[in-house]
Structure formats: structure tokens, C-alpha cells
Design a protein. Structure first.
Length: 144
């Protein structure tokens, strides 16, 4: 009786080992390893915008559109500017793979004149965690 029990136990162990996903098992293969969560990739349509000639005191804005071309949710953590005259606005919700989003940038030309170049630093959880955007304008002073 013990010999039959031992044979059944060995048979159960062999069958269980065949179901663990090892080579020869019945599970399908996967291109990702366990624990691989993928990466978000922040892809902008354009990274520079030129407003051209604007008048001193004028407020102008543009929208930088982007797509998450990665395989994980994209989260923009922060968007900062090189000057208080430039204000970025962005959505703080996660952006799914393949989805689109945008960053709106408003430039206030009050008290400015001449060629203006401003940088927007975008920080995210993307594979490249820091991206730089740039706006330009030639501010024409008001006649006083």
C-alpha cells in the first residue's frame, strides 16, 4: 500500500511541475517579464513655438500637444518656467498609453521688449523624465 502511495505522490509532483510555465508547460509565452510595468514615453508634436512680433503688454498663448507613446501611464509631475511672465497649465491626471494631452503656455509681454525666449521644463515619470519646451517672441515696445 505504501508503494502505491509513493508512486501516486511522485506522479502528482511530476504533473504539478509541468503546469508551472516552464519550458514544455502548457502556458503561452509573454514578451514581458513578471514585474515589468513598461515605461511612459512623452512625445511632443512640437517643442518650440514662435509667437512672432507682439505688442508690449499683450498676453499670448499656445498649446504644446503630446502623446504617451509608451506602454505605461504617463504622469506629468511638474511644469516650471524660466520667468514669472510665462505660466504653464497642464492636466494632472494620468495619461494612458496611446492617449494625448497638452500643456498650455501663456506669455505676458507686460514690461518686456525686444527678443524674448522662455523655457518650460516638464518633469514626468517618462523614460526621459525631463523635457524642455521653448517659446519665442519679439516684443514691440509701446510708444509713450
Amino acid at each position: 500500500m505504501r508503494k502505491g502511495l509513493a508512486i501516486n505522490l511522485i506522479l502528482i509532483l511530476v504533473l504539478a511541475a509541468g503546469c508551472t510555465g516552464r519550458p514544455g508547460g502548457s502556458q503561452g509565452s509573454s514578451s514581458t517579464q513578471p514585474g515589468d510595468t513598461g515605461k511612459a514615453i512623452l512625445t511632443f508634436a512640437e517643442i518650440e513655438h514662435d509667437f512672432g512680433r507682439i505688442n508690449e503688454g499683450e498676453k499670448v498663448g499656445c498649446i504644446f500637444s503630446f502623446t504617451n507613446t509608451g506602454t505605461a501611464n504617463l504622469l506629468i509631475n511638474n511644469a516650471t518656467t524660466s520667468c514669472g511672465c510665462t505660466v504653464p497649465k497642464y492636466d494632472r491626471k494620468p495619461i494612458a498609453p496611446g492617449s494625448k494631452g497638452s500643456i498650455e503656455v501663456v506669455f505676458d509681454a507686460a514690461g518686456r521688449n525686444g527678443i524674448q525666449t522662455k523655457t518650460i521644463t516638464v518633469q514626468s515619470n517618462a523614460a526621459a523624465p525631463v523635457m524642455l519646451l521653448q517659446i519665442k517672441a519679439e516684443v514691440i515696445p509701446n510708444d509713450k
